[in-house]
Write a protein that binds this ligand. Structure first.
Ligand SMILES: [Zn+2]
Length: 521
């Protein structure tokens, strides 16, 4: 049950933080002690020297003189500053001091002590990025770590770099706050090393091999075919047409040519590139010089192509600018990678946050408040369970006054809601007795309390009176029924009277029954 789980998390987080603080303090103190033992400042050596110096002369006396001198000064010091804490209290004060000095780990209201993420600001920043889909907060939470799914055109902007840095920082800080014991630095180092290796191998395809495309989720077929498109194998523009609009556009962009036009125009332009080097191409076919995010990559990738036109383009551009762009691309790619890794670590939290947001949207303020109260109650109950397992006699914590189940504990809140036990039904006939939930209310019309109430009113508790709770209504209906009965036609079967030979009066039905059995004379 997720709520129970999150409740546990909420209590685990502060505990973990305490442990992490103590661990850090322990480590730093150990380091201090290590330095002392290593005698970095030479104090210990000096002291030893002062003790052994004179004993080298053959007499032991100076050793003791030095010792007593020091002892005296130590005693004097303690007489002046009489503070001799016992070891026990020293330990507790030490721990208290360490914990107090620890930086306060805060959560925003929405983070609910580390249960959920609070990324509204980042969502805002995301929406302000150029060219990204407009999605609501809930959807954003689910896919915020998939930066690589954003269009490459968006990803090359400065705002994007800033956004991804902020995103990484937030995810990092959230992890640090909620899971202080996680060896996060090591994980990040490993991820960076892994990334570095892949970057060296040119395996970061989004930034290294493929040219900037309109949209990142380009069909894989397009990317694959364009990467290996060898014009040498096509002997006419018409042959190129079979590749389709997208592939041609892709290939044209890659070669620094204009990519618009009809299928035929594109194919002709591309076929022209087979025979003409880029420099000799008519200007009309050239793409407008746009700042390519990674022109060097284009050049490297097209080295395998039949002509070196794209490579020539890259050579022409400013080498320093290319290097800077490469560094920028690498930094952004690394950010994307880290965010994806952090997103994996936080997948559960992100999903739960999205669910929480969804739920919140579907609920009224009252419901939210009640749920919060309930969560607090569950926390308290769990704490109770943990703290005194054997203290069964303790009254059960039940602020909502939930009815008790078969095990003597309050029934679950969802069951309570399901049965509508929060709905009150009053019955005047029962002396304004309250029934909770529609089912007990429906049933009560046949039960003793209501039957007794009806009897006191002098009304038969029959079917027509089901559902009537007001005394006045019951009287009115009773009067109406009685009047109806009076006006109904004479019912021969039950109301016609017969008399037998000896003067016994009976209904017609009884009379005919007896007559049929031959009991009448
Ligand atoms: Zn009643």
């Amino acid at each position: 049950m997720p709520r129970a789980l999150t409740a546990r998390i909420a209590r685990v987080v502060p505990n973990r933080q305490v442990v992490a603080t103590l661990l850090n303090a322990h480590q730093s103190r150990s380091a201090q002690l290590g330095a002392l033992y290593a005698d970095a400042d030479g104090a210990r050596k000096e002291e030893l020297a002062s003790m052994t110096q004179r004993s080298a002369e053959g007499s032991m006396a100076p050793v003791f003189t030095t010792f007593y001198n020091q002892l005296r000064s130590v005693r004097e010091y303690h007489r002046k500053f009489p503070s001799a804490p016992s070891t026990e209290s020293a330990e507790t004060t030490l721990i208290a001091a360490v914990l107090e000095a620890a930086p306060e780990v805060g959560f925003t209201g929405e983070e609910a002590e580390g249960r959920y993420v609070d990324m509204h600001a980042l969502h805002e920043a995301y929406l302000n990025l150029k060219g990204c889909e407009r999605i609501d907060y809930c959807t954003y939470l689910k896919q915020c770590s998939h930066l690589a799914a954003l269009p490459k055109t968006t990803a090359t902007s400065g705002a994007y770099a800033r956004y991804s840095r902020e995103l990484r920082d937030y995810l990092l800080s959230f992890l640090r706050r909620t899971q202080p014991l996680m060896p996060l630095n090591k994980l990040i180092e490993a991820a960076e090393a892994d990334f570095e290796q892949r970057w060296q191998n040119g395996a970061v395809t989004r930034w290294q091999s493929s040219p900037p495309t309109e949209a990142a989720p380009a069909p894989a077929a397009v990317a694959a075919s364009s990467a290996t498109l060898d014009l040498g194998t096509y002997d006419s523009a018409a042959a190129l047409e079979v590749l389709g609009l997208e592939v041609l556009k892709h290939e044209l962009t890659r070669r620094g040519l204009k990519c618009g036009g009809t299928l035929q125009q594109r194919a002709e332009r591309l076929y022209l590139a087979k025979t003409t080097p880029l420099a000799a191409m008519p200007k009309i076919h050239l793409a407008k010089p746009t700042p390519p995010p990674a022109p060097h990559a284009n050049g490297a990738a097209s080295g395998s192509a039949s002509d070196g036109s794209a490579a020539g383009l890259a050579d022409g551009s400013d080498a320093a600018g290319t290097a800077a762009a490469a560094r920028g691309a690498r930094a952004v790619a690394l950010l994307e990678e880290l965010v994806a890794r952090l997103g994996e670590l936080l997948a559960d939290v992100l999903e739960e946050s999205a669910m929480m947001v969804e739920k919140k949207q579907a609920r009224t303020y009252d419901e939210i408040e009640r749920d919060l109260m309930l969560a607090a109650q569950e926390d308290a109950m769990e704490v109770d369970e943990d703290e005194d397992e054997d203290a069964e006699e303790k009254p059960i914590y039940n602020p909502l006054n939930l009815p008790l189940g078969w095990d003597g504990k309050p029934i679950p809140y969802w069951l309570y809601k399901l049965h509508g036990l929060n709905l009150e039904f009053k019955c005047e006939i029962c002396g304004n007795y309250s029934y909770w939930g529609p089912r007990p209310f429906e049933r009560h019309f046949q039960e003793w309390r209501h039957a007794y109430g009806m009897k006191c009113l002098g009304i038969p508790n029959s079917k027509p009176f089901q559902g009537i709770t007001l005394i006045e209504d019951a009287y009115t209906l009773w009067a109406k029924l009685k009047a109806e009965k009076g006006t109904t036609a004479f019912q021969a079967d039950t109301e016609e009277e017969f008399e037998d030979g000896s003067g016994n009066v009976m209904t017609r039905k009884v009379y005919t029954d007896l007559a049929r059995q031959g009991l009448l004379d």
